[in-house]
Ligand binder design. Structure first.
Ligand code: 6PG
Length: 239
């Protein structure tokens, strides 16, 4: 895995660069294999990026959209990552509905939802038993506690290595999340991190040469590239 840390002068410049990364990865994936598989981050950082995507013209029929995690709320709920991405981007472009693989939360329990969504993803990827899908590009964020997706410090989700989807927990609020091994089988992962409140944890992580793992995001090691994309306040004094 190659790691690259970039600090951009503003959040808007970071997101413009992230847009270029997405479009370039899409073009090369579609050229190579006829489709582009992209997993979206939730939270507030990526929303303007999804807006930028809605203003471009792509071969959307070759794009397949996934989510790295989802809050255990209806897709109409204000906290829904699916709702945020659909409103900012997906409702504005002609990606075929069947290419949008949202994490469905319409189940009695988060556990049932995780199992059902895993089956749905396995049906789409249609791999041999024991094989893991390799997403072309994964977008992730990071919280100021070093969580990523819905993989929070000290939770069982961090240990799950035999499932594609599991239940995450943020302060007893259940979530659905792709698992560490699924993320790590991706070709490229871009960590989009903004805000001075994340600078201290970022310094600890990016200067950590001990090999020990303190934060969930330190478990993220894609097959190809890990791109840390920071704005000036998150990346202050880092390079
Ligand atoms: C979510 C995200 C979560 C997010 C981080 C950063 O569902 O909220 O998956 O991991 O990326 O909490 O959030 P911000 O981008 O809002 O700082």
């Amino acid at each position: 895995m190659a790691k690259k840390v970039s600090v951009f002068s503003s959040k808007d410049e970071l997101l413009d660069q992230a847009l270029q990364l997405i479009l370039e990865t899409a073009q090369s994936s579609i050229q190579k294999r006829g489709l582009f598989t992209l997993a979206l981050a939730g939270g507030s950082t990526p929303q303007p990026l999804y807006k930028k995507l809605s203003q471009t013209n792509q071969a959307w029929e070759h794009w397949h959209i996934f989510w790295g995690d989802e809050r255990f709320v209806p897709s109409t709920h204000l906290d829904s990552n699916e709702r945020m991405a659909r409103e900012a981007w997906l409702n504005q472009v002609s990606i075929p509905p069947e290419n949008i693989h949202a994490l469905d939360t319409n189940f009695d329990t988060p556990k049932d939802a995780a199992a059902a969504n895993e089956s749905k993803l396995k049906a789409f990827w249609n791999l041999e038993s024991g094989q893991w899908p390799s997403l072309d590009l994964v977008l992730l964020g990071m919280g100021d506690d070093g969580h990523t997706a819905s993989l929070f410090p000290g939770t069982e989700a961090l240990q799950v290595c035999d499932h594609w989807v599991t239940v995450g927990n943020k302060d007893d609020n259940p979530r659905l999340t792709l698992t560490i091994p699924l993320f790590n089988n991706a070709q490229t992962i871009a960590l989009l991190v903004t805000g001075g409140n994340k600078n201290a944890v970022l310094k600890e992580i990016l200067m950590n040469e001990s090999g020990t793992v303190k934060y969930p995001v330190e478990l993220i090691h894609p097959q190809g590239e890990l791109l840390w994309m920071l704005d000036a306040s998150a990346g202050r004094d880092l390079i």
